[in-house]
Design a protein around this ligand. Structure first.
Ligand SMILES: CC(C)c1onc(-c2c(Cl)cccc2Cl)c1COc1ccc(-c2ccc3[nH]c(C(=O)O)cc3c2)cc1
Length: 232
C-alpha cells in the first residue's frame, strides 16, 4: 500500500532531527582529537572528556524528544541511565562512518585503540562501527533510531513501561515509513536497522566489563559519568 508520512509524523521527525543537529559535541572538544600524539593515559583522559561532553549532548537531545518530559521524572532518569552507553555507541559509530574531515576518523580510531581499552572489546566495537557505516543511514534515520534506543521500555527500574512503549511505537512507525521511502530497493532495511539495536545491547554488556577493568587499573571518571554509569 502507498506509504506516506502524515503531517503529525513529519512534525515529530522535524523536532527530533533539529534536536539531534542542534546538540553536537563542541568543536573545540572534537578538535582536541587532532592534537599531536598522546600516551594511553592522556588518550583515556581525552576520551573521558569526549564521553562527558557526549552525555551532556545526549541529555539535551533527550529532553527534546516529544513526550519525553511528560514521562514520570524517575523514569526519565532510568531511561537516560539505561540507554546512555548505547546512544553513545550509536553516535560515535555515526561519527566514525560519516566522512569526518580528512584524518579525523582514523585519529579517533587510533585514540580509542590506544586508550587502555582491552583488546577483546575492540573487535566487537569496530565491527559495530563498520556495520553502522555500511547502512549509510540518512540523518533522520540516525536521529530517530537514537530516540528509539532511549525510549526502550524494558530498562531497569522503569515504573511505567507502557507509557514509554507508546512513545517508542510512535517513533518506530515513523522510522518504518522513512526506511521504505529512503531505501525502496531494500525491503528489509528497517529490519536491519532494528537488528543494530540488538547489537547495541551486547556492546552495552561489553562496556560494563570495560568499566570494571578500567576501574581495576584505577582509571578515573568525571562525576557526570560516575552518576550515569553508577560507578564509584
Ligand atoms: C570514559 C571514556 C574512556 C569512554 O568509556 N566508554 C567510551 C565509549 C567508547 Cl570507547 C565507545 C563507544 C561508546 C563509549 Cl561510551 C568512552 C569514550 O566515549 C566516547 C568517545 C568519543 C565520542 C565522540 C567523539 C567524537 C565526536 N564527534 C561528534 C560530533 O557530533 O561531531 C560526537 C562525538 C563523540 C563519544 C564517546
Amino acid at each position: 500500500e502507498k506509504v506516506e508520512i502524515n503531517r503529525e509524523q513529519r512534525a515529530l521527525m522535524k523536532a527530533i532531527v533539529d534536536a539531534y543537529n542542534r546538540h553536537q559535541i563542541p568543536q573545540d572538544v572534537a578538535k582536541k582529537l587532532l592534537q599531536d600524539q598522546y600516551s594511553p593515559e592522556e588518550n583515556f583522559l581525552l576520551l573521558t572528556e569526549m564521553a562527558t561532553s557526549q552525555v551532556q549532548v545526549l541529555v539535551e537531545f533527550t529532553k527534546n524528544i516529544p513526550g519525553f518530559l511528560s514521562l514520570d521524572r524517575e523514569d526519565q532518569i532510568a531511561l537516560l541511565k539505561g540507554s546512555a552507553v548505547e546512544a553513545m555507541f550509536l553516535r560515535s559509530a555515526q561519527v566514525f562512518s560519516r566522512k569526518m574531515p580528512t584524518g579525523h576518523t582514523d585519529v579517533l580510531e587510533e585514540r580509542v585503540r590506544k586508550s587502555g581499552i582491552p583488546d577483546e572489546f575492540m573487535t566487537p566495537m569496530f565491527n559495530f562501527y563498520k556495520s553502522i557505516g555500511e547502512l549509510h543511514m540518512v540523518q533522520e534515520e540516525q536521529a530517530i533510531l537514537t530516540a528509539i534506543t532511549i525510549l526502550t521500555p524494558d530498562r531497569p527500574y522503569v515504573k511505567d513501561p507502557q507509557a514509554v512503549e507508546r512513545l517508542q511505537e510512535t517513533m518506530l512507525d515513523v522510522l518504518r515509513k522513512l526506511c521504505v521511502l529512503q531505501h525502496p530497493q531494500e525491503q528489509q532495511y528497517f529490519a536491519r536497522l532494528l537488528g543494530r539495536l540488538t547489537e547495541l545491547r551486547t556492546l552495552s554488556h561489553y562496556h560494563s566489563e570495560m568499566l570494571a577493568s578500567w576501574r581495576m587499573n584505577d582509571h578515573k571518571f568525571t562525576p557526570l559519568l560516575c552518576e550515569i554509569w553508577d560507578v564509584q
